[in-house]
Design a protein around this ligand. Structure first.
Ligand code: OAD
Length: 246
């Protein structure tokens, strides 16, 4: 088994103020905070529900109250969780480098709560609601929500501001994410199975642009075959080892 410190200590020594870092994060970075991942293990989200019953526009059209119950449960659960040492390590890297961009597939908002300043939410956010009538988006942290939240302006039905299966990534977020992975020296791929596209393609794009790619995960997955360094272990234990001492 690779010793994480043996991999990370030499890389940590190369980090200077001019190092540009991009972190592509997935559900595994929030696992130590108590947020369930999507795949793997009996407690994972897709183990217990079928995505197409809850995370598609069709499911919402069919039964918006049922879909909202699930998102409201997730909002309440995440509200009770705290960012962990992996989220905080990415914040600490900002003190060491000019640029740290987080591209996250997570919708939990834990990077922002930890204090990361540059976060691109690739799959949207649990804390954004969008009106199906006038398309207005609002930030909303109320838990629990009323069963069918309505727009303050037009009275239309609000939907979760997340990206569902079959939906496109916001073009601006996509452009900024491609730029971030394509213009970094170190790409940290943290806690993602690397199975869901187009997010998984971002890691490859970073590699092809010349970044050194480090993967932090409990086990090997969709991108491990070609990353430069695989760092085994829980991200809350391993990612802090990359942070230069202040
Ligand atoms: P997954 O649930 O697919 O994968 C979680 C990954 O985290 C796995 O590779 C685990 O091995 C790893 N992991 C678990 N605990 C960890 C820990 N403590 N430290 C490090 N790694 C750990 O989650 P994502 O890859 O984020 O999309 O899933 C991608 C997308 O699939 C999600 O954004 C969601 C889902 O369907 C949408 O809802 C659109």
């Amino acid at each position: 088994m690779t010793d994480p410190l043996a991999v990370l200590a030499p890389l940590r020594a190369t980090i200077t103020s001019s190092t540009r870092i991009c972190a592509l994060t997935g559900a595994g970075i929030s696992a130590a905070s108590g947020v369930p991942t999507f795949r793997g293990g009996s407690e994972s989200l897709w183990e217990n529900v079928r995505p197409e019953e809850l995370a598609t526009p069709e499911a919402f059209h069919r039964d918006p109250a049922k879909v909202w119950r699930w998102y409201d449960w997730r909002r309440g659960m995440v509200a009770a969780c705290e960012p962990n040492a992996a989220h905080h390590a990415l914040v600490a890297l900002e003190a060491a480098c000019d640029r740290v961009t987080v591209v996250t597939q997570n919708v939990d908002g834990l990077h922002q709560r930890a204090g990361s300043r540059q976060v691109l939410e690739f799959h949207g956010s649990l804390w954004t609601l969008r009106c199906l009538g006038c398309r207005r988006e609002v930030e909303n942290h109320v838990t629990p929500l009323p069963p069918l939240p309505a727009c303050d302006v037009c009275g239309g039905l609000m939907r979760p501001g997340v990206v569902w299966f079959g939906e496109a990534i916001d073009p601006e977020v996509m452009r900024a994410s491609v730029d971030a992975v394509g213009d970094c020296d170190l790409l940290l791929v943290v806690g993602t199975s690397g199975l869901v596209y187009p997010a998984a393609g971002l890691a490859r794009a970073g590699k092809e642009s010349g970044a050194t790619v480090l993967e932090f995960n409990l086990e090997e997955g969709g991108v491990s075959a070609w990353v430069d360094h695989f760092v085994p272990g829980s991200a809350d234990a391993t990612l802090p080892l990359l942070v230069p001492e202040a």
